[in-house]
Design a protein around this ligand. Structure first.
Ligand SMILES: *Cc1c(COP(=O)(O)O)cnc(C)c1O
Length: 344
């Protein structure tokens, strides 16, 4: 049986969170002499600690209530907070499916948590049979599922994710950093069904705000409360919150650019398919392609010499390179550069 209270670290359950001046007086009229701020300037005041306005905008956008939304300093902060809320260092464990996003391992290492890594199968899908024995382990608190997965690009089978959500009594974190590029339904629509589900998304990819560091978590109100309890009081700067609000208000730009990226991705696939140095293009639900080449190290370095920077993923998937879809002229340059390697 899923029981949130037994999953949370006792020190976090009992934690009395920091109460800021902005938390204690919520009004915005009056003479403010309560937070030792400088009375001069335009960024002189502490921001609201709960990103109320951004949550309302998001809520209008995707229909998920504000009380089910947490805003983090990038999804990276959210991943770290989840470890700190649920896993006692040196005792508890987490699990993920590899190859995948590197932050689950780094955040585990920082928090002294063992991360169990189960390899994906040849189609880069989850092998649920390998997973079953781990469900009995009470020190296993978290399962991280990156879908669409980085660096492979594919979404995991819905039925496998459902199986995990239904059978694992710890928290299941579905990292949907690339979900905006996919036409599959977001798991954020399932947070009412699964109390053990946390879905993370980000403004860093499709929303074109990687510099602003805005990550999102969708979960039950109880889990959102825990995230709020543990986060730094002012984890989101006002500048960054405003940038995210403006991005949602300018949704037409977001939609138009996303469309261009998706069309460019198709064109890139067409061009890559014709090249003999490209052995395989893996299916992608994201804004990047993982491709298998004959010699990844050689091709990566040759591209760098031509001032085209891709990501060499040879260490994760043999002879593979991860290519982000760029602007039309950038993709042209990539294609030309690859063709010049083909000929040499
Ligand atoms: C890029 C990426 C993120 C984004 O992290 P932010 O901290 O929000 O910038 C999260 N997860 C995955 C799998 C990513 O590839």
């Amino acid at each position: 049986m899923f029981d949130l209270k037994t999953l949370v670290r006792p020190n976090i359950l009992g934690l009395k969170p920091y109460s800021s001046a902005r938390d204690e007086f919520k009004g915005n009229e009056g003479v403010f002499l309560d937070a030792n701020e400088n009375p001069f300037g335009t960024l002189n005041r502490y921001p609201n600690s709960d990103q109320k306005l951004l949550k309302e905008k998001l809520s209008q956008y995707n229909g998920i209530a504000s009380k089910n939304i947490f805003i983090g300093n990038g999804s990276d902060e959210i991943i770290d907070l989840i470890y700190r809320i649920f896993c006692t260092p040196g005792k508890d464990k987490a699990l993920t499916f590899t190859p995948t996003f590197g932050m689950y391992q780094v955040a585990a290492d920082i928090n002294a948590i063992e991360l169990i890594t189960l390899p994906l199968n040849d189609e880069f899908q989850i092998n649920t049979d390998n997973l079953k024995p781990y469900f009995k382990d009470e020190t296993l608190k978290l399962i991280f599922i990156c879908s669409p997965n980085n660096p492979t690009g594919n979404c995991f089978n819905e039925s496998d994710i459902e199986f995990i959500l239904q059978n694992f009594n710890g928290m299941v974190i579905i990292d949907e950093a690339y979900a905006d590029f996919s036409d599959k339904l977001s798991w954020s629509q399932s947070i009412e069904t699964y109390p053990n589900l946390i879905v993370t998304q980000t403004f860093s990819k499709a929303w074109a705000l990687a510099a602003a560091r805005i990550g999102i978590a969708y979960a039950s109100q109880e889990v959102i409360k825990l995230l709020n309890k543990v986060k730094m009081p002012y984890n989101i700067s006002k500048l960054n919150e405003t940038a995210a609000i403006e991005a949602i208000e300018n949704r037409t730009t977001f939609e138009a650019n996303k469309q261009i990226i998706l069309e460019e991705k198709e064109k890139l696939i067409q061009a890559l398919q014709k090249m003999d140095i490209i052995k395989k293009i893996y299916p992608s639900d994201a804004n990047f392609l993982l491709v298998e080449v004959d010699d990844a190290d050689h091709i990566y370095l040759n591209l760098v010499e031509q001032k085209v920077i891709t990501r060499n993923r040879n260490s994760l998937v043999k002879n593979s390179i991860r290519i982000t879809v760029g602007k039309p002229e950038e993709n042209e340059k990539l294609i030309k550069s690859l063709l010049s390697i083909s000929k040499s």
